[in-house]
Design a protein around this ligand. Structure first.
Ligand SMILES: *[C@@H]1O[C@H](CO)[C@@H](O)[C@H](O)[C@H]1NC(C)=O
Ligand SMILES: *[C@@H]1O[C@H](CO)[C@@H](O)[C@H](O)[C@H]1NC(C)=O
Length: 198
């Protein structure tokens, strides 16, 4: 761990960003498969961002190879609103997974992302703050960060009647995969938004 922290200081900072999406908002926007549509968060991406905020992409030719066990976890936590999941996982590995630091195999990449997602207890923390199933109540950026104890980045979907719905949350991790405050703002949420519930 210390080695990676020192390495990241020496190389300039790259952070690893886990993007999670609120399924009901996605399904408001796109036709979803029935299995996708639940009142829960889903992993969307796990990528490395350079100091300038750009995503690093396509860093190696390392093969996509995952165990059945990891695949079953992905179906549960890293689903896709359309059917072609397998292709999505392979693409996300090639484009973003190969750039994660410390360098990991495809199997480890998905294991780490799922572990970070589960350990961050997003759903439990938002529930404890009474933000989930809040019956159309409006929330602000601070409410989300306060409930999670870390500064996060959020993005919203704007419906036709100009209502903002929380769509994605970015959690920032250092190169030791420790959760940390995000240092920049991001996204297009108005000062208030809802979390739809199905
Ligand atoms: C990375 O590779 C994928 C195909 O493997 C390609 O679609 C994508 O455009 C590439 N990204 C960049 C930034 O070159
Ligand atoms: C993250 O930011 C919050 C305030 O927004 C602060 O209370 C907390 O100490 C910060 N955490 C770290 C690890 O810097």
């Amino acid at each position: 761990m210390l080695f990676y922290i020192l390495l990241s200081l020496a190389l300039g900072l790259q952070s690893n960003i886990l993007t999670i999406e609120w399924r009901p908002t996605i399904c408001f926007n796109y036709p979803c498969t029935k299995s996708y549509l639940k009142n829960s968060f889903n992993i969307k991406d796990f990528k490395a961002i350079s100091e300038t905020g750009e995503a690093n992409t396509n860093c190696s030719e390392d093969q996509f190879q995952i165990s059945l066990q990891v695949m079953m976890m992905l179906v549960e936590f890293w689903d896709y609103y359309e059917d072609s999941r397998h292709e999505i996982w392979e693409n996300v590995w090639r484009e973003h997974g190969t750039c994660i630091l410390p360098k990991v195999s495809s199997e480890e990449y998905f294991q780490v992302a799922i572990a970070l997602f589960l350990n961050s207890e997003i759903q439990e923390r938002l529930k404890a703050a009474e933000i989930l199933d809040s019956n159309g109540k409006q929330w602000g950026y601070e409410d989300i960060s306060n409930a999670l104890y870390y500064k996060v980045q959020i993005d919203c979907f704007k419906s036709e009647d100009e209502e903002f719905m929380l769509e994605t949350i970015n959690l920032c991790f250092n190169q030791g995969f420790q959760w940390e405050n995000c240092t920049s703002d991001f996204g297009k949420c108005e000062s208030s938004f809802i979390l739809p519930w199905i």
